[in-house]
Design a protein around this ligand. Structure first.
Ligand SMILES: [Zn+2]
Length: 441
């Protein structure tokens, strides 16, 4: 999969520690950035003229559900728990291998078209192999694992998988997918507190330790969750996870909207990655995370993601970055959260939040050749006298994305997907979602 690529003459927004912006070539050889500047281009390496365009590190989405891409528009007008119980869980339980695969391909196309190169995927309980196959075929870089669930009010029987069976499936998938082409890694993905028994959390912690893998879950999303957890378990969410050792793992949570000082006191001295998902938080009525508070919290790293198609309703990371910046004008005050900080959520900070600060998140020699090229010379993002960060964050929409590459291999070239047959994917996804709705609703 590792490829070689030469990008000629672009304005490179490096997102490195000095936030350098330079007009320069970028050379990627065998998947790795080997030069940001003049360098001899090896024979046979594709060279693309990107002069007048902006070159950025590929965008990182810290929390997505490719398995939900078929479910767009099928659970409207509900808050989190009703949204899950009435529609999302029954529909996920109705997946077949084919419906899960075409859901993954549809979601991957959506992600790539907005400049995404890496996803952290929280998976499906059943047919997880189909998602891995979709990730493989799309060319995306991913950290992914099967979703773990074994209890909970309103959870479909199909999704109740006891710890022994879950562990066996995890071990099998880890053996086959972890390390695939150097771009797929596995992780432990317990869905959230209310759908996992204490035994399943304990198993998760043991497996994370045995394989040295991160734990990716949903936490502190909607205010109603805390009440339900206290009712069912008689203790707080953070207290419960602390007692089970989950806070001692490399823990990555989606949302964290409700995170407060008390939670941070419990976290004390440990690290936590929070994936901000503003569209989903607005749509399901969960609230608006305070990125100033999270950004300054000791041990907390913050990234961003689009979550899934039924709570967003798309996987456009550029729109998510824009929304993150805009909302902080209300949640904090105008100017408190800059466009540069918003862009960092999907690049350098997003890389740190998935444990990849050393290899992803900036355009620098030695980093992986994951890049996106934007054309800002259009009415909505025009601004020769403006900051490039403001132009990207507030003005760049999906149609500005010209090229996307992972490890030097183009996934989008001149606005056209290279690894995914879009017409076929739309047609197959359409067939699969009609059949899924017929089976379940
Ligand atoms: Zn989610």
């Amino acid at each position: 999969m590792a490829g070689s690529l030469h990008l000629r003459g672009g304005s490179v927004v490096t997102m490195d520690a000095q936030r350098r912006v330079v007009t320069s070539d970028v050379l990627i050889v065998d998947g790795v950035i080997t030069a940001v500047g003049d360098a001899p281009v090896p024979e046979g390496v594709e060279s693309i003229d990107v002069s007048g365009h902006v070159v950025l590190p590929g965008f990182i989405q810290g929390h997505v559900h490719l398995g939900q891409s078929l479910l767009r528009g099928l659970s409207e007008g509900r808050e989190l728990m009703d949204w899950l119980r009435e529609r999302i869980w029954p529909l996920e339980a109705g997946h077949t291998h084919d419906s899960a695969y075409w859901s993954a391909m549809l979601g991957a196309a959506d992600c790539i078209r907005s400049g995404t190169t890496t996803i952290q995927e929280i998976g499906l309980v059943t047919h997880m192999d189909a998602l891995f196959e979709g990730i493989r075929d799309s060319g995306l870089r991913a950290i992914a694992g099967k979703c773990l669930m074994d209890t909970g009010l309103g959870v479909s029987d199909v999704l109740i998988e006891p710890p022994d069976a879950a562990e066996a499936a995890f071990r099998d998938q880890h053996a086959r997918w972890h390390g695939y082409e150097g771009r797929i890694e596995s992780s432990l993905c317990p869905r959230f507190i209310l759908s996992c028994s204490t035994a399943l959390w304990e198993r998760t912690v043991a497996l994370a330790s045995e394989f040295d893998l991160p734990v990716h879950t949903h936490l502190l999303e909607h205010p109603r969750e805390e009440d339900e957890v206290r009712e069912v378990l008689g203790e707080s969410q953070m207290g419960y996870l602390d007692r089970l050792g989950v806070l001692d793992t490399d823990l990555r949570i989606a949302h964290g909207v409700q995170l407060n000082d008390e939670h941070l006191e419990i976290l004390a001295g440990r690290t936590l990655s929070v994936c901000h998902c503003p569209s989903a938080n607005l749509k399901l009525g969960s609230g608006i995370a305070h990125l100033g508070f999270l950004g300054q919290a000791q041990g907390v790293r913050v990234g961003i993601g689009t979550d899934g198609a039924p709570c967003n309703n798309d996987m456009d990371i550029l729109e998510e970055i824009r929304l993150a910046a805009l909302l902080q004008g209300v949640r904090q005050k105008p100017g408190a959260f800059s466009a540069e900080a918003a862009l960092a959520l999907a690049t350098c900070d997003g890389a740190a939040a998935i444990g990849k600060a050393d290899s992803l998140g900036s355009v620098e020699v030695g980093k992986q050749g994951d890049v996106v090229v934007l054309d800002l010379e259009r009415p909505g993002s025009f601004g020769p006298c403006s900051s490039v960060y403001d132009r990207i964050v507030y003005g760049a929409a999906r149609d500005a994305v010209r090229h996307v590459a992972v490890a030097g291999t183009p996934l989008l070239r001149d606005g056209a997907l290279t690894t995914i047959d879009e017409a076929q994917t739309m047609a197959r996804a359409g067939e699969e979602v009609r059949a899924l709705v017929e089976r379940v609703l």
